[in-house]
Design a binder for this molecule. Sequence first.
Ligand code: PBG
Length: 329
Amino acid sequence: MTGTSTPHRPRRLRANAWVRDIVRENRVSANDLIWPIFVREGENIREPIASLPGVDRLSIDLVVKAAKEARDLGIKVIALFPYTEMKMRNAEGSEAFNPDNLVNRATRAIKKAVPDIGVMLDVALDPYSDHGHDGILVGDDIDNDLTIEALVKQSLVQAEAGADILGPSDMMDGRVAAIRASLELNGHKNVLIMAYSAKFASAYYGPFRDAVGASGVLKGDKKTYQIDPANSQMALNMIERDLIEGADMVMVKPGLPYLDICSQASAQFSAPVFAYQVSGEYAMLENAIRANLFDEKTIIMESMMAFKRAQCAGVLTYFAPRIAKFLQS
Ligand code: PBG
């Protein structure tokens, strides 16, 4: 700021609200939100989940109400996860391919009452297996090809129930190709696949496993199928593979701690890349909000904006209805 040269004053672009508004590079809208909801048996039941303050397990009638609320808030997709009763779980996770299991009944009910909202279902065996793994155990190994046979059956009953998006979250090799082929063969050519492609073996899933009742039963860990948090090239390779196999969209999971992967994936691939702000990320923020460490709206919207800056097409987040309400206010 010496007398001779003209001072450089980039703060001019931040000097007041209107100028900040016109130069803002990214925006959050309700179209960016996918709302994950936990489903349980019963009627008119809203059951709190200890590890996820503010998130409840809902009986199907209340899930239908939540779907209406989502539609009214401009949320386009909800993702359903079941809390399967312990007596329905077994080694093969066969409740996963029961056409009348919880998520399939919930999907039918939603499609009847709120046909204009997208329903996404997870394809994996962990909410149904008595060992908490995403696949079928043979000895100590999750058998890849046996698991795929089960996932193909699971995805077919889900498509028949009316699911719009299937999210294979199991990390077996070749599952997207197998599911896509079976959907084609059975007249479900327009069912979308959002592959959990870059899914890391993460401690951030802890509260979710509690929510679906898998934490108490999980034997060992998921490191033989989920990606080592040290690896980014491997994650990009998994995305490429799933796109070649027929995925329409891919996902990076967890979200904020893996924003580098979101950003690289969006730059490298032309398909939509979604992020999952997972249960542990939600729990950290929500507990801090409740301890008055952060302003609720500011911290939640800042975390959403980070995903947009990393070029994510959208985010699965337990904050979805709150964000949609913030956007309306
Ligand atoms: C199951 C699945 C998990 C999540 C989504 N689908 C848990 C896991 O892989 O152990 C985690 C979601 C979250 O933590 O919010 N395959």
